[in-house]
Design a binder for this molecule. Structure first.
Ligand code: ZN
Length: 532
């Protein structure tokens, strides 16, 4: 049929040529392909596009070739001419494609072109991940919950997303390769989950008798979001009431946002016989002689907690323990003339109850233990190197040389230079009169001017005098301490019976609300009147 038409039109054209004798070709849309401007015969071969010369196709849509028609027109006749189409349109790639339409007929050629623009005008898209439980602490930078970005043409553009945080708003922006830009916003969820409010029920320090039951008064935990979360509190540490010592319980409460609070309680377990101030002869007939309390639950309570009126009630610890309540009074325990073979035992007891004291040391032959004393928080101060009255009190220079030697020794073991001192015999000693009259007056003044702080004491355990047993030492100390708000107690760690009194002194002190402190340069000095 096509062939037939071509033949038919060719015949028609030939007929026209014969009748007109001239050809004029004109293509109004494109340039004439074969100028033949002889105007006697006006034949035109023209290609006419179907549709627009410029066509825009959105990427993803299919380009359907609209085609073109060509006609050879002359006189009253119009002959359709086939059109050849060249040029490919790839609708999977943006860009401009040229399609050429060509018609040829008996020496005439006409062309037309069309521009097909494959464009991407669709915006890329950002999808924000929203975690319903996410929040940002006030004043803290936003922690990204996540996002993805895709584009119909470029695919995954997540890496190309830019974002900025401003005034509690996150703005995310991305552009595709065609310059289409998309933005979206996220409002930051600020929230402060807080921490549970954890409070001890009862005192922060509890005193318990050895072998007794410790009834933990527990804590309360209130959270502003979760309410009462006391039931979720857990405790670390335990109290072995069979073993005297100082125990720490750490309670922790955690809220549903995983924020926790912790609080601690100290429980001090004392040996039974430390708990009673013995105003009666030490061996009361109903007292159990062993300090080890029976552990069986069948233990009769009346044997472990004596109730005889001979023991003052205020020194007893009720079953289940009692809270430690400070009475505002302070005891400074001091030990002179050591260290000795008994100092280790003393440090062990002090560590057990976490009580700090002060040592005025001389060159005793046990010097290495002062390193431990200093390390454990005790004050190590100077008491002269030789403690030899007839040497140190012969002259000021002799005293200074001796004091300098012990301070050097202390510094060697403790890495600290002490300015705290105590005179052998105290500043009130009269023995120095035998060697140099007036030397105490001069030394006290000069040493103070040099920046030293010298200490005497206001409570004497008398362990260098009449006291010969732990019981007597205990009695002398507690008697002296009771009437004072601040007590600097004189003891000697060279005396084993004096060291053996310490556990009871500590127990008695804590049960009655005293604080134990080591001496510092700001502590009370309780200077004696100088007698020489
Ligand atoms: Zn001394």
């Amino acid at each position: 049929m096509k062939k037939f038409l071509i033949i038919f039109f060719s015949c028609l054209l030939a007929l026209s040529v014969l009748t007109t004798g001239a050809i004029w070709l004109y293509n109004r849309q494109t340039k004439p392909s074969s100028p033949s401007a002889d105007s006697s015969f006006a034949y035109q071969l023209a290609v006419t596009l179907n549709g627009d010369q410029d066509i825009e196709i959105e990427y993803g849509d299919v380009y359907k070739e609209p085609g073109a028609i060509a006609q050879l027109v002359g006189g009253n006749a119009a002959l359709d001419v086939p059109v050849e189409i060249q040029g490919e349109v790839d609708s999977t790639k943006t860009g401009t494609y040229v399609v050429t339409y060509t018609a040829k007929s008996t020496g005439f050629t006409a062309t037309a072109i069309r521009k097909v623009h494959i464009v991407d005008t669709q915006l890329p898209k950002i999808t924000l991940t929203v975690d319903p439980y996410a929040y940002t602490l006030p004043g803290q930078p936003y922690q990204e919950e996540g996002f993805t970005a895709v584009d119909n043409y470029d695919g995954d553009l997540t890496d190309k997303v830019t974002f900025v945080e401003e005034n509690g708003i996150m703005t995310y922006t991305v552009s595709d390769s065609s310059g289409n830009t998309f933005s979206t916003k996220r409002t930051i969820h600020y929230f402060d989950p807080g921490r549970p409010n954890l409070k001890l029920v009862g005192s922060d320090t509890h005193l318990v008798a050895q072998g007794d039951h410790f009834a933990d008064p527990w804590v309360t935990a209130i959270d502003k979001n979760d309410g009462d979360i006391t039931n979720s509190v857990y405790v670390e540490g335990c109290v072995d009431t069979d073993k005297p010592g100082r125990y720490t319980l750490t309670y922790t409460a955690t809220n549903s946002y995983n924020y926790c609070s912790s609080i601690t309680r100290t429980v001090i377990v004392f040996p039974m016989d430390c708990l009673v101030e013995k105003t009666e002869p030490p061996k009361a007939p109903t007292r159990p002689t062993t300090t080890k309390a029976p552990t069986a639950p069948t233990k009769p309570t009346e044997t472990t907690i004596p109730t005889e009126p001979t023991y003052p009630k205020n020194c007893m610890i009720p079953e289940g323990g009692m809270p430690y309540e400070e009475n505002g009074k302070t005891i400074y325990l001091t030990f002179d003339d050591g260290p000795s073979q008994h100092t280790k035992k003393l440090l062990d007891v002090l560590a057990q109850y976490d009580v700090k004291v002060s040592f005025f040391v001389k060159n005793s032959g046990y010097m290495d233990i002062i390193a431990r004393a200093a390390r454990e928080g005790h004050t190590v101060a100077a008491h002269t190197y030789s403690h030899d009255y007839n040497k140190i009190y012969t002259s000021e220079n002799a005293f200074y040389a001796d004091m300098s030697a012990i301070r050097t020794t202390i510094a060697m073991y403790t890495q600290e230079a002490t300015s705290l001192i105590r005179f052998p015999g105290g500043s009130s000693n009269t023995i120095s009169q035998l060697y140099n009259r007036g030397i105490m007056t001069r030394l006290a003044k000069a040493l103070t001017e040099m920046g030293y702080t010298y200490f005497d004491w206001n409570v004497d355990s008398n362990d260098a005098g009449g006291a010969k047993t732990p019981d007597e030492v205990f009695k002398n100390i507690t008697k002296g301490v009771k009437s004072r708000d601040e007590s600097v107690v004189l003891q000697h760690d060279t005396k084993e019976f004096s060291v053996d009194a310490i556990e009871r002194v500590i127990a008695w002190g804590l049960v009655n609300g005293y604080r134990f402190e080591p001496l510092t340069e700001n502590s009370p000095t309780f200077h004696h009147p100088i007698n020489n």
